[in-house]
Design a protein around this ligand. Structure first.
Ligand SMILES: C[S@@+](CC[C@H](N)C(=O)[O-])C[C@H]1O[C@@H](n2cnc3c(N)ncnc32)[C@H](O)[C@@H]1O
Length: 253
């Protein structure tokens, strides 16, 4: 593993306790009132499907997929987050199998194994996203779906040379940038690393792996979300995220 990847993994291991509190105590209202309702609507019925949740973190959405009747595997490269996910599985047995694995090397899984692969708000954190997408395509069945959400590359805020820059001002060209998580809602601030890429970068990687984009959603907050968290009103003007569904279209792999 490269030194840079080790550093990014360590950031997530160090963030684990604070991240778990943020996610499980409903403090992540962008997840609860914006991204999850739209993503699960797009995903639809998963009953009986064999699903991989890529970069699953502590497993919040992995558990939701399992509760909806899917047979789910979750992978993440953070040992700490997978340990916390496994601990939940011992409390509520959902039949989820967790692995500490890098998204760019899914060697545990044979070709054409999964019906659906999800990747919730993580592809922007995976340095070699092209390799991860290639692996996704390899382990997906033909006509299987890859559904992922990312911060909207056109509107995200990037940190460049220590300054916050809107992607509208420096859209073209990939860049690695730090995220300082320091909202009051966190028990402890932490830092992670993300990568800004263009929509073309993502779509090009998908099409090179024969994943054809079938649907795209720029989610709007729920009515309840707007009522409880009026801050979400800004998402009615400019999207915070984008959700992409793609379908594996090849008979040759
Ligand atoms: C923003 S979190 C999202 C986690 C989870 N999908 C969720 O919705 O709660 C991003 C996740 O990506 C994982 N990650 C980043 N790079 C990875 C890689 N190369 N392989 C596997 N996981 C990775 C991190 O450990 C972290 O859990």
């Amino acid at each position: 593993m490269s030194r840079r990847k080790e550093t990014i993994k360590k950031e997530w291991n160090d963030a684990a306790e604070s991240w778990v509190d943020f996610v499980r105590k409903s403090k992540d209202y962008y997840r609860d009132e914006l991204n999850n309702p739209a993503t699960f609507k797009l995903i639809g019925d998963v009953k009986g499907q064999i699903v991989l949740d890529l970069a699953c973190g502590e497993g919040y959405n992995t558990r939701t997929l399992a509760r909806k009747g899917a047979k789910v595997t979750g992978i993440d490269f953070s040992e700490k987050l997978i340990e916390l996910a496994r601990r939940e599985e011992t409390k509520e047995k959902l039949g989820i199998c967790y692995h500490v694995l890098d998204a760019t090397d899914l060697k545990e899984f044979s070709n054409k194994h999964f019906d659906l692969i999800t990747c919730f708000m993580s592809l922007q954190d995976i340095e070699n996203y092209r390799k991860a997408i290639y692996e996704v395509a390899r382990v997906l069945k033909n006509r299987g779906r890859f559904v992922f959400s990312i911060p909207h590359p056109c509107f995200e805020t990037i940190i460049e040379d220590g300054k916050r820059v809107s992607a509208t001002r420096r859209y073209f060209g990939a860049v690695k940038y730090p995220i300082q998580w320091e909202m009051e809602r966190l028990v402890k601030p932490f830092r992670t690393t993300s990568f800004h890429r263009t929509l073309t970068d993502y779509f090009d990687a998908l099409s090179k792996s024969r994943l054809l984009v079938s649907r795209l959603v720029e989610p709007r907050p729920t009515k309840e979300g707007l009522r409880i968290h009026p801050q979400l009103r800004k998402v009615l003007v400019t999207p915070q995220s984008i959700i992409v569904e793609s379908i594996k279209c090849t008979e040759n792999r």
